[in-house]
Write a protein that binds this ligand. Structure first.
Ligand SMILES: Nc1ncnc2c1ncn2[C@@H]1O[C@H](COP(=O)(O)OP(=O)(O)OP(=O)(O)O)[C@@H](O)[C@H]1O
Length: 467
């Protein structure tokens, strides 16, 4: 029976959850605060961590980061309120497998636990290629243009983008389009590696090199020989490991910890970060020489909110995927829920969309998933006017007040008139529309007049459905 550590301060909820998990063959130990959670992980061993975000003496991510520092790599799931979704995104960056929004739906939790137990391992090898889609928006076209351009070369690549935008997917695409495609693609999330163990994971060690090194261990550089090594969240690597990594890249040799024997390595390096690495360099947290060595080519993966109508392709894709995984037959989402999905700004990007759609499919009682299948507070967090429509939606966008000459302007003092974000967006849309008209849709000129780059203009055109 897999053993779970549940860190949750609500006694009733934790008892209910413990009973529910027990019924599904998970043994569960319950602790109520960060301190006890950390201590328990030091003394006992577990297969899964279930962490509440808000705890009396801190938050669940503190338990997670201490666990990772101590080399505990078991999958972790963070339970958070919808208001804290940005935190959940941070949780993924710090090495959580996934998050789930409160109030927790037991079936949804079980679904996430099952996939964590199946796939929550930090290293992926040559496994089957998942089913992916490309999207047709202007930012997606740019992304694939760059991927196709750099793939056949042997250049190192930095992939930058917000959490959950599909950076690992972009790395896989580059590998598939390279001369190394028949070799291994090895991915490691540096967010789940403790700083102490990172060097040993990457370069290997010999028996007796340090306490706990009970046998020789091959590093990921050797595993990826002839293929591609993808280091996700590279910003999390400690300074010492960065030094060794630079040496490996420059000299194309590695030295397992405790060994004096240099081993030649032939690996293409792709790294990803959702932080701004140059800022890390400025702050002295990331080595400048390593940054320049890696930065032979940089790719930006756009956030979902800038991908315009691609969202509908992804929704359809995730419905199909979830139907297969859950044995369900959902064939659509009702217009009200769809409008909400269009209006939400998706801080967790494709991963968040996938989770939300999967939850909808799971909870749908008929073939059409409705608004009742969405997380409770999602509705409150978006700019929402019933009957409105997102880019590509059913009707005109009825946003806020205050856009001079805009047919959607609301009366001063109306509720919508107090929504600053809606107001800004409506203003922005109106200004872009007018500028485009003034310059007869010459986008370079419009971008210059608006004082934004063309890429940003294209994504805003997509987003507001102005094309
Ligand atoms: N093109 C795509 N088609 C379908 N699903 C996708 C695509 N890209 C990403 N996804 C989904 O989004 C999830 C997150 O993607 P991925 O792990 O590549 O993002 P990431 O940017 O590397 O995330 P992180 O910043 O957390 O490392 C994937 O598990 C997958 O389900």
């Amino acid at each position: 029976m897999p053993k779970t550590l549940l860190v949750e301060d609500d006694p009733t909820f934790s008892r209910l959850l413990g009973d529910f998990l027990h019924k599904h063959a998970y043994q569960t130990d319950i602790v109520r605060d960060v301190k006890t959670g950390i201590r328990r992980l030091e003394t006992d061993s577990y297969d899964l961590l279930l962490l509440d975000y808000r705890l009396p003496d801190g938050n669940g991510l503190e338990v997670l980061s201490r666990a990772r520092e101590n080399g505990v790599t078991i999958p972790a799931i963070v339970m958070t309120s919808f208001d804290d979704i940005r935190t959940a995104v941070r949780a993924i960056r710090s090495g959580a497998f996934d998050y789930i929004t409160k109030p927790v739906n037991p079936d949804e939790l079980l679904m996430v636990i099952h996939s964590a137990m199946d796939t929550g391992k930090p290293v992926s090898g040559r496994g089957p290629e998942p089913d992916y889609i490309r999207g047709g928006s202007a930012p997606a076209a740019k992304l694939y243009e760059y991927i196709d351009l750099v793939a056949p070369t042997d250049m190192s690549v930095i992939i930058q983008g917000e959490s959950g935008t599909g950076k690992e997917y972009a790395a896989r695409c580059i590998h598939r389009g390279s001369k190394r495609a028949s070799g291994p693609f090895v991915a490691i999330d540096c967010g789940v590696l403790s700083r102490d163990l990172a060097s040993s994971e990457l370069f290997g060690h010999i028996k007796g090199a340090f306490t706990g090194a009970v046998s020789d261990k091959k590093g990921l550089f050797e595993t990826a020989k002839g293929g591609t090594l993808f280091l996700d969240e590279i910003g999390n690597l400690g300074y010492d490991t960065q030094v060794k990594l630079l040496r490996a890249l420059q000299e194309k040799i590695i030295q397992p910890i405790g060994s004096t024997r240099p081993i030649p390595v032939d690996v293409r390096m792709i790294v990803a970060s959702n932080e701004d690495l140059p800022t890390g360099v400025q702050k002295g947290e990331f080595r400048q020489d390593l940054y320049h060595r890696l930065n032979e080519f940089k790719i930006h993966v756009p956030p979902l909110r800038e991908r315009g109508k691609d969202i509908d392709l992804f929704i359809t894709h995730f419905i199909q995927q979830s139907n297969e995984q859950l044995g369900k037959h959902v064939h659509g989402i009702d217009p009200e829920a769809l409008d909400l999905l269009h209006r939400y700004d998706w801080p967790g990007n494709l991963r968040e969309l996938r989770n939300v759609v999967k939850r909808m499919v799971l909870l749908a009682k008929t073939g059409v998933a409705g608004i009742d299948c969405l997380p409770d507070d999602m509705e409150l967090s978006v700019t929402w006017t019933p009957g409105g429509g997102a880019p590509g939606g059913r009707g005109p966008l009825v946003l806020g007040a205050g856009v001079p000459g805009s047919p959607s302007a609301a009366a001063p003092g109306s509720a919508a008139g107090t929504d600053l974000k809606a107001l800004q967006e409506a203003n922005e849309k109106a200004l872009i529309e007018k500028t485009l008209r003034d310059v007869r849709y010459n986008k370079s000129k419009a971008a210059r007049l608006l004082n934004i780059d063309r890429k940003t203009l294209y994504s805003k055109i997509e987003r507001y459905g102005l094309s």
